[in-house]
Design a binder for this molecule. Structure first.
Ligand code: URA
Length: 228
């Protein structure tokens, strides 16, 4: 009886009233619900729902586009070559995955059969829409002070539609998801570049993460805003 009262209380508490431990429980419950999601056709081809990982109490949340092959087969975000590059750029700022929460706009791999092989493809607007409640609920629970969007699809979902990476990357925006949101190059994009272009884009990502870290420090001095 006392146990079911405690469970009910936990479910009905507003995210900003949750203790750190309660947030961890609630995010685990959300991930469990997401693991059986059939809101779109990607549920038929996925191996795993890639919910997200890291510290649900982190003030900084990083949001990518969607899982690729490695993520689909492990159920973890950013574990392929993009993830290695992302981890390196975080490390250059003294940040590990334990300091941030990492998620994607869509939680299941979007792919298409080409020349007998499954290739990643951008999610359709319908798939993105079907997945939006998971993103909304994750951000509502984590309540990050700062969001760093990795790539244009993430920035289009979090910051504004039609986001232009070449013009708007590295600038701060207010979003309904967090008081401070910025977009950085997606690591997969950086990996497609070569030579000086690669070096410059990698430097941009390191610098954008550094700026996001500084923004967290200054934002922590401000009262927390409820955005939902
Ligand atoms: N690219 C993404 O956007 N997300 C991942 O989790 C991996 C690669």
């Amino acid at each position: 009886m006392a146990e079911s009262k405690a469970i009910l209380e936990l479910q009905t508490k507003a995210p900003d009233e949750l203790t750190s431990e309660e947030k961890i429980v609630r995010i685990g419950q959300l991930a469990e619900r997401a693991s059986i999601c059939v809101a779109c056709g990607l549920s038929r081809t996925r191996s795993h729902v890639v919910f997200g990982e890291g510290n649900p109490n982190a003030p900084l949340m990083l949001i990518g586009e969607g899982p690729g092959q490695n993520e689909d087969s492990t159920g973890r975000p950013f574990v392929g070559r993009s993830g290695v590059l992302l981890d390196e750029c975080l490390k250059e700022n003294g940040i590990t995955r334990k300091h941030v929460y990492l998620a994607n706009v869509i939680r299941c791999r979007a792919c298409v059969m080409e020349n007998g092989r499954l290739q990643n493809r951008p999610p359709t607007p319908e798939e993105t829409k079907a997945c939006a409640p998971w993103l909304d609920q994750t951000i509502q629970l984590v309540q990050p002070r700062v969001i760093l969007c990795l790539g244009a699809p993430s920035a289009a979902s979090i910051i504004h539609k039609g986001f232009k990476m070449t013009q708007e990357r590295g600038q701060w925006f207010e979003s309904r998801y967090a008081r401070y949101a910025m977009a950085a190059w997606h690591p997969a994009y950086i990996l497609r570049l070569q030579g000086e272009a690669y070096e410059a884009a990698r430097r941009d990502l390191v610098n954008d993460i550094a700026n996001a870290r500084l923004k967290v420090i200054s934002a922590k001095k401000e009262p927390k805003m409820t955005l939902f």
